[in-house]
Write a protein that binds this ligand. Sequence first.
Ligand SMILES: O=P(O)(O)OC[C@@H](O)[C@@H](O)c1c[nH]c2ccccc12
Length: 250
Amino acid sequence: MNILDTIIAHKKTEVATRKAAVSIKDLEARPGYIIPVRSLADSLLKENSTGIIAEFKRKSPSKGFIKQDANVSEITTAYTKHGAACLSVLTDEHFFGGSDEDLMQARKNDIPILRKDFIIDEYQIIEAKSIGADVILLIAACLTPKEVQSLATFAASLGLETILELHAEEELAHICDATKIVGINNRDLKTFNVDIERSLRMAERLPADKIKIAESGIDKIEDILLFKQNGFKGFLIGEYFMKQEDTPAL
Ligand SMILES: O=P(O)(O)OC[C@@H](O)[C@@H](O)c1c[nH]c2ccccc12
């Protein structure tokens, strides 16, 4: 089993446990459920947008701990103050050391928030809304095209946007009407190899009407300029920011 298979197997058990513990009715009654949703698409298409999607990530299976004692409130507020277009908060506990609580703390910032997790079930989308997320991620490598279509349509019915994450050309068939934002992950989630050029190669193959985001391994302004020249509107950056002693100016 590769790491992605391991994560998904674990996620299935986790979702079953969560479903048994908290009913959908209880999720819908949470205060976060009724707060207005902020649009990532609108934020990225603003003329003066930095396009930066700044991620809060304590650890990852590929890197281990990046910043174990990181303070989510301080870091996400600094990201927002320095012009991030969106926050991304890992909520997966087991592999990434995140939590729903982290996202709820980040929610005090008035910009869109991506719930970064491995979504395989509608329940997790209701959960995302209940903790104040605006955007969810659907990863093509662990879903069928039909599942993407159905989960993205469900998210839209709750007012949430979806980023469809692609890595390989074979996954282009996962693109559907319900997903207007497409992220290209430069990191292969099965091997952890990072190749920045991947975004550029895949970009040529994407329909023109999709908003394009480059994800992972970005640590230079030159990378961002190159992505911009190739039509990317968003740049998802985690490790580079999390490794800084001070949160860097954008
Ligand atoms: O830390 P990086 O290399 O800047 O990458 C951020 C983000 O792209 C990465 O965390 C990510 C992209 N897709 C994912 C899916 C699940 C977990 C994590 C991810």
